[in-house]
Design a protein around this ligand. Structure first.
Ligand SMILES: CC(C)(COP(=O)(O)OP(=O)(O)OC[C@H]1O[C@@H](n2cnc3c(N)ncnc32)[C@H](O)[C@@H]1OP(=O)(O)O)[C@@H](O)C(=O)NCCC(=O)NCCS
Length: 147
C-alpha cells in the first residue's frame, strides 16, 4: 500500500465525517475535528491511500515547547499495514523540526497496539492517570524526549 501523509484540511474532514465512528473506531466527531483544525496550537495530518482515500489521521497539540499527541487512528480495515507507523514518524518529524523538547501522550492501559507502537519509537512510561477513561480505565502517560 502506497501511503501519502498530508496536513489535514477541511476537504479531508468532509470525506471522513460520516465514517468517523464506524470505520475509525474513535469517539471523535466532525465538530471536534473541525475545532481542532481551527486551533492554531493544533496540527493534524492524514494518511491517504492510492485512491486518495483517508486511511488514518493523527494530531498534536502544542501549547508551548512540547507536543501532546491528541489522537492517532488508522481506519479499521487498514490496521497493521504500517499506516500508524508513518503517521507517528511524521508527528515526530514535525516536533523535531519545531525544535520541541518532548512529545507526550496518554494511552489506555489496555490499548496494547498503541502502547507497542509508542514503545517501538522509544516513548517511555512516565506516569499513570487513574480512571482517566470514562472514570474506569487508567491511562499511561508516555513521553519521548527529543533533546
Ligand atoms: C494504534 C494504531 C493507530 C496502530 O495503527 P496501525 O496502522 O495498525 O499500526 P502499524 O501497522 O504501523 O503498527 C506499528 C506497530 O504498532 C504495534 N501494533 C499495531 N497493531 C498491533 C496489534 N494488533 N497488536 C500488537 N501490537 C500492534 C506493533 O508494535 C507494530 O509494529 P510491528 O508491525 O513492527 O509489530 C491502531 O491500532 C488504531 O487506530 N487503534 C485505534 C485508535 C487508538 O487506539 N489510537 C491510540 C490512541 S492513544
Amino acid at each position: 500500500m502506497n501511503i501519502l501523509i498530508e496536513y489535514m484540511n477541511i476537504e479531508h474532514l468532509k470525506k471522513i465525517k460520516d465514517k468517523l465512528l464506524n470505520e475509525f473506531d474513535m469517539f471523535w466527531n466532525e465538530n471536534v475535528l473541525k475545532t481542532e483544525l481551527e486551533n492554531p496550537a493544533s496540527t493534524y495530518i492524514v494518511a491517504l491511500d492510492e485512491n486518495n482515500d483517508v486511511v488514518g489521521y493523527a494530531g498534536i497539540w502544542q501549547p508551548i515547547d512540547e507536543a501532546h499527541i491528541t489522537n492517532i487512528v488508522t481506519r479499521k480495515d487498514k490496521r497493521q499495514q504500517k499506516v500508524g507507523t508513518l503517521m507517528l514518524e511524521k508527528l515526530i518529524k514535525i516536533a523535531k523540526q519545531r525544535n520541541l523538547e518532548s512529545i507526550t501522550l496518554e494511552v489506555n492501559v489496555n490499548n496494547i497496539p498503541a502502547i507497542n507502537l509508542y514503545k517501538k519509537y522509544k516513548f517511555k512510561e512516565v506516569g499513570i492517570r487513574k480512571k482517566y477513561y470514562y472514570n474506569t480505565d487508567d491511562a499511561i502517560i508516555m513521553t519521548l524526549n527529543l533533546k
